[in-house]
Design a protein around this ligand. Structure first.
Ligand code: T4K
Length: 374
């Protein structure tokens, strides 16, 4: 097993060093390094076009983008959300003084099951925060219709869904707002970074201040906010990476197609296919292992891969409602599908640097467990 190439669950893509350096060189003349600088404004404009949304507000990371969006909307009481997500989603709700109410997920897309939402609505509910988990698109039509019927706000956690479109529309144009993460591990990144997209001019101008301590002008501070601004070095990384996005997606698509080819039709291995009407971004490759049919558990696969220096991750186990910091705080959630999935999901390595032979090595190991050839 010596000299085997180490493969991690994700690997950041970087532009050529010289390309980035050339683009940050002017900062040494302007000495304008942060606080809505020139590159920040340019990236904002480019993302409005790329994401096909009316407004984009940039942040230093996706988590603060979500928190400040929740706060800017003045949400109160309870928020219906999914427990099958990265802990950030739930933390943003709780840190904003709200109570998460957990709905179960759809067994195919792993996103919130819209048919489980209405039963959870009470007089205290102010919003729904669904997650386009792995870049899979939520049932936006049903969710937006439920929200409209009950007068609720919808903020999509689109951390994984950069560039995804549904029926030809940018995914960030659904609901009242969406949050995207531009973390180093994402399809598109600004090292750390994030954005809120919305059609509301009021929301975007509130967020403009809120991410900058609530400062309206030199003498007026009229909302309460932290420092969550994206700096110029982050914005330049975004401008560079945007230029290479098509290539990034093409490489990821090749890897995803190979995984599907190799793992599709193996009993007990459940993989996702591209959803109808969706143009995907190949952000993650989740594998759900039904041990009764495959003959081995998710953890056995994870351990076998790790023996060969391949590090898959249990995104997303445990469910956020089960996390230690929330014990005893919220009502028990009735989420059997989410619980079943979290116990069996393994996110296989996925990045633009993953080659077809890397994918083959990973699949050979997985399939060697039950003697399948595929
Ligand atoms: N909502 C959802 C649904 C999210 O998934 C996330 C973030 C957020 C909200 C919040 O957005 P941000 O505030 O982060 O913008 C990673 C990411 O840090 C996190 O952004 C992401 N979701 C989550 C799913 O994955 P960890 O704790 O698993 O990261 P870590 O450090 O273990 O890195 C994973 C792998 O990535 C490493 O094994 C190698 C690779 N990597 C990592 C870093 C830091 C690189 O190649 N380069 C790097 O610089 O959370």
């Amino acid at each position: 097993m010596e000299n085997e190439k180490k493969i991690l669950v994700a690997r950041s893509s970087l532009p050529e060093f010289e390309e980035y350096v050339e683009m940050i060189r002017p900062l040494w003349d302007s000495v304008w390094l942060t606080n809505m600088g020139e590159n920040h404004e340019k990236l904002t404009e480019e993302l409005v076009k790329y994401l096909q949304v009316p407004y984009v507000s940039l942040f230093t990371n996706g988590h603060l983008a979500l928190e400040l969006c929740i706060q800017a909307m003045g949400l109160t009481g309870e928020v219906i959300t999914t427990p099958f997500t990265f802990v950030s989603t739930t933390q943003a709700i709780v840190r904003s003084g709200l109570t998460p109410v957990f709905a179960d997920i759809d067994p195919k897309t792993y996103t919130i099951d819209p048919d489980r939402i209405e039963a959870l609505i009470t007089e205290k509910t102010s919003a729904i925060i669904p997650v386009h988990v792995y870049g899979n698109v939520c049932d936006v039509e049903k969710i937006d219709a439920i929200a409209k019927k009950h007068g609720l706000k919808v903020i999509y956690d689109a951390a994984h869904a950069f560039g995804v479109t549904y029926k030809g529309k940018g995914i960030g144009s659904f609901g009242d707002a969406s949050m995207f993460s531009f973390h180093a591990t994402k399809v598109f990144h600004t090292i750390e970074g994030g954005a809120v997209t919305t059609a509301s001019k009021e929301l975007v101008s509130d967020l403009y201040k809120r991410r900058d301590f609530g400062i309206k002008d030199e003498e007026v501070v009229d909302v309460i906010g932290p420092n969550a601004k994206m700096n110029e070095f982050q914005a330049v990384m975004g401008l560079c990476n945007l230029k290479h996005l098509q290539e990034e997606l093409r490489k990821r698509e090749i890897a995803v197609n190979r995984y599907r080819e190799r793992l599709r039709n193996t009993k007990g291995l459940i993989i996702s296919e591209t959803q109808k009407d969706v143009s995907p971004n190949y952000a993650y490759f989740p594998l759900v292992v039904d041990e009764n049919k495959f003959g081995h558990t998710r953890d056995e696969i994870k351990d076998l891969l790790a023996e060969h220096e391949i590090y898959a991750r249990k995104y997303f186990y445990p469910l956020t409602n089960k996390m230690d910091c929330y014990q005893g705080r919220f009502k028990n959630a009735d989420v059997p599908v989410a619980a079943w999935t979290a116990d069996r999901v393994l996110t296989l390595p996925m990045s633009a640097s993953l080659t077809v032979s890397d994918v083959d090595r990973i699949c050979d190991l997985i399939l060697s467990l039950n003697g399948s050839k595929s």
